[in-house]
Ligand binder design. Structure first.
Ligand SMILES: NC(=O)c1ccc[n+]([C@@H]2O[C@H](COP(=O)([O-])OP(=O)(O)OC[C@H]3O[C@@H](n4cnc5c(N)ncnc54)[C@H](O)[C@@H]3O)[C@@H](O)[C@H]2O)c1
Length: 437
């Protein structure tokens, strides 16, 4: 046992700021309200249902995670957010069509109270969207100041102790790092000059991080993962996490691929296709937004299978990812995977996976967990990239000289060991020799 990390206690309320009140956000908010009322269970959430083995297997100690580290309780959460549409959270949840109308009806009064603040939005970055609830400003710095004002007002109006921000807005077009992103000085000058290298998402991230608020990115676009905002996060002691929630097909991919590699089975091809009919699917129908998503989804196999170490097994792997916008399906995505495997002596085999999933049902518990763990990280004095939260993301943000860890099981071990570290408990190595000595 080592000394526990000093963690500020949970006091008062936690504000969760959601950028974009669409399918994922409204399913998260309505879900938390339903769970608070005892109408449903927080299935899929590690912070609410997960346990943590402590000590040796013979000790039989497996408390709930929430009993090991101090996490904000669901009753102490207040939600706020921005959207380009004026609909309140009840109407937005109805539009998203994820949750049953009968459930939403029971939550209606609380949901109707959440009305989105006007958004920072520029259609250049999300081509398939347009809406009326948008801020006007003299330049991007002015827009960032307006977001800061929204955040401070939300804090004062609700007497909040702490806040976290999660970007749940639409996927913006593909962008690469540019000189405007290189340092906070360059970034602030670019804000004043309305530089096109700064999309809307970075304006929110800048506002949150300047206030010392943890920032997580649920979408794949380039946002806080630039040197300027990492520098700012170090100055303001803000934790960062992202990006692109690992749900649906990629979740399954990062469950199956480590297993195939563990048994040294070769993979010649992995063809993944999806049909999806929600607004996210519509946005991703634009090739520039799809490119952002594609990059995020495709990198996973390269890192898990390590073709540079196993050229005979994975060097020529053909990995194809498609998303097809198909409105009749709404949020109920269907994914197909065809995996062409190679076994002993080069004999071919095939594995087919057909996942009929619900996108936002898989995403909501992750948004909740990420928000609560980011708040924990902040209270524990951690700042910058929170690699231990890679578990939740398709493209985990990482230090520039490291490769990201994509294997779900390694990610879970890292997350749980980080919690043991916080609590001053022994890390678990799974060596286990002592049981046989
Ligand atoms: N559902 C999943 O399983 C999943 C998984 C990984 C990532 N994501 C990502 O999460 C994001 C949200 O997904 P969703 O299904 O809720 O999509 P959605 O289209 O239902 O919701 C996104 C919302 O963001 C709003 N928005 C867009 N730009 C904005 C801006 N600049 N400011 C404020 N609001 C803005 C839109 O109006 C919309 O209401 C998407 O980027 C998606 O790719 C979702």
């Amino acid at each position: 046992m080592s000394k526990p990390v000093e963690i500020a206690p949970v006091r008062g309320s936690l504000g969760i700021l959601l950028v974009g009140l669409g399918a994922v956000s409204t399913t998260t908010i309505a879900g938390v309200f339903a769970i608070r009322k005892g109408l449903a269970k927080p299935i899929g959430s590690l912070t609410q249902m997960g346990t943590l083995r402590l000590g040796k297997r013979t000790e039989g100690r497996s408390p709930k995670i929430s009993d090991v580290v101090p996490l904000a309780g669901l009753d102490d959460i207040v939600f706020g957010g921005w959207d380009i549409f004026e609909e309140d959270c009840y109407a937005a949840a109805k539009t998203a069509g994820v949750l049953e109308p009968a459930l939403l009806e029971q939550l209606r009064p609380e949901l109707e109270k959440i009305r989105p603040w006007p958004a920072v939005f520029d259609q250049r970055y999300v081509k398939r969207l347009d809406g009326p609830n948008v801020k006007k400003g003299k330049n991007k710095k002015d827009l960032a100041d307006q977001v800061v004002a929204d955040i401070r007002k939300f804090k004062a109006d609700n007497n909040l102790d702490r806040m976290v921000m999660v970007w749940c807005g639409s996927t913006e077009i593909f962008a690469v790092e540019s000189p405007a992103h290189a340092s906070i000085a360059a970034f602030e000058a670019a804000l004043e000059q309305d530089d096109p290298a700064i999309p809307s998402s970075m304006i929110y991230a800048y506002a949150a991080i300047s206030e010392g608020i943890p920032y997580a990115n649920a979408a794949p676009n380039l946002t806080a993962d630039i040197p300027a905002l990492v520098e700012l996060a170090a100055n303001t002691q803000s934790p960062l996490a992202g990006k692109d929630l690992k749900t649906g097909q990629t979740l399954i991919k990062t469950i199956i691929a480590p297993g195939l590699k563990a048994r040294l089975l070769g993979v010649e091809g992995w063809y993944s296709t999806n049909i999806l009919g929600n607004r996210d699917g519509e946005v991703l129908d634009d090739p520039e937004s799809f490119k952002t998503k594609e990059e995020s989804k495709k990198s996973v196999l390269d890192y898990i299978l390590q073709p540079q170490l196993y050229p005979d097994l994975y060097e020529d792997l053909c990995h194809v990812v498609r998303i097809n916008y198909y409105p009749p399906r709404g949020d109920n995505k269907e994914g197909w995977d065809n995996i062409d495997l190679v076994g002993w002596l080069g004999y071919p085999m095939q594995l087919k996976i057909n996942f009929l999933c619900r996108d936002s049902i898989l995403a909501a518990p992750i948004v909740l967990d990420v928000a609560l763990f980011m708040d924990l990280a902040k209270r524990a004095g951690m700042h910058g990239v929170q690699e231990w939260l890679s578990f939740y993301f398709k493209s985990p943000v990482h230090a520039p000289d490291l490769y990201p860890e994509h294997d779900l099981f390694i990610q879970l071990m890292k997350l749980k060991n980080t919690l043991r570290f916080f609590a001053g408990e022994d890390l678990i190595t799974h060596l286990g020799r002592e049981y046989y000595d």
